[in-house]
Design a protein around this ligand. Sequence first.
Ligand code: ADP
Ligand code: GLC
Length: 482
Amino acid sequence: MQKILFATSEVYPLIKTGGLADVAASLPRALLKLGQEVKILLPAYTSVLEKAKNAGVKEIAQLNVDGYSISLKQTRLPGTKLTVWLVDAPEFFDRAGNPYCGPDGNDWPDNHKRFYIFAKVAELIALNQVGLHWTPDIVHCNDWQTGLIPALLSLHPHHPATVFTVHNLAYRGLFSYQAFAELNLPAVFWHHERLEFYGQMSFMKGGLAFADFITTVSPSYAQEIQRPEFGCGLDGLMRYRSDSLAGILNGIDTDEWNPGSDSHLNCTYNRRTLANKVKNKQALQEELGLTISADIPLLGFIGRLVDQKGVDLILSQMKDLLSLNCQLVILGSGFPHYEQALKHIAVQYPLKVAVTLGYNESFAHRIEASSDIFLMPSIFEPCGLNQMYSLRYGTLPVVHAVGGLRDTVFESMDETDAEKNNGFVFEEATAAALFAAIQRATNLFHQKDQWKKLQLNAMSKDFSWNTSAKEYQAIYTKITSQ
Ligand code: ADP
Ligand code: GLC
């Protein structure tokens, strides 16, 4: 058994803006099942303290970081046995808005300070300096918000081993030199082999340069980030650290995302009762004012409306897409120009296109269950969870062959390989290639037997954490025995 401090800026259901929150909830649970002792460390955002109330919140330590008095609180992740430690620093985390931006959508101007304070608290806990009588064997950090933790720990001769997981290299946690000077960091960190990145400070580099081991969230992405196209300027460092880099495919929470028991659905279903899936579709068509018909393929999209997700490709094929006899249901929020363009189309084609802007967990479950086809034309995708939710719900994904999408969705024209097929894959990130894949999907949709076979293939794949959690465990063992 090992003791793991799992530092993250999001964890579902306390706070979520994307897939990191899902992983930060489900990986520690899987590790707990394997007999590891895991404590999650999370900032005590206003909404988190509110949501944690029911599970009970108690103060377990008080500490002082650079003159700020901070309270460390303990709660449980709702519905689990997982302990969550909350860094309650009201000056930094008691705010409206999301973890990274204010209600106006702009990044908080003091994000460098907020996640520096968070890292300092992690450092003190890791060194058993807050009076908890608990020393972790491993500190497992996630994305740029936790990047300073391995850097800070490196300053101590005896410190727990560190793992840094890259969920998305595109968010490098960049700040000015001025911001660096505002933090109480040693001057030696301002160096291109440490935090400095082309004249700026990168929190992500802290994790990449100092962690004992780096993981990322799919085998393909681990390869891609060593190349300039996907390396975001950090590919040289990724190549340099390639001996300590592994791609481990994310699992999903198979209880939360289970069409057989999902309480958000109009009608649950499984492989045996797959015929019931269409009842969800009809209910959604009715609710959204779309033409009610089982025979019209319904295409779903859920996600952040940002360049990464390939929204542009969908928008530029919209005319052709609408010429097919299909419907489109979209749920997302993000860049205003994407939101406006999508809304505009929905107003023009109310019987064919429904666009819901905002964040709605329950609606996301219903779209997964109701759609026939799920669109994920991401330009890059470290892992992606929605394609796995889709597969589990018998909703066949159309994906661009990158990162975790390439590792989970298969379409082979070769008869001998066809047994593995579970979706539609296009190689080039072009609108034409996306459209061709959608056409293949909508054509096959009408071949009922073949469609069902693909659905059953998709639904029978194991996306639980069983295998991947063991891979993390093996890395923990390796780096603590070194
Ligand atoms: P990313 O982390 O890059 O956003 P993932 O596919 O890993 O992409 O995870 C996204 C997660 O966020 C999924 O659980 C998805 O269902 C959820 N999600 C994204 N946008 C929304 C939204 N507008 N409403 C509800 N859930 C959303
Ligand atoms: C990031 C990535 C996404 C991944 C998620 C969880 O947000 O964009 O691909 O699934 O993290 O690891």
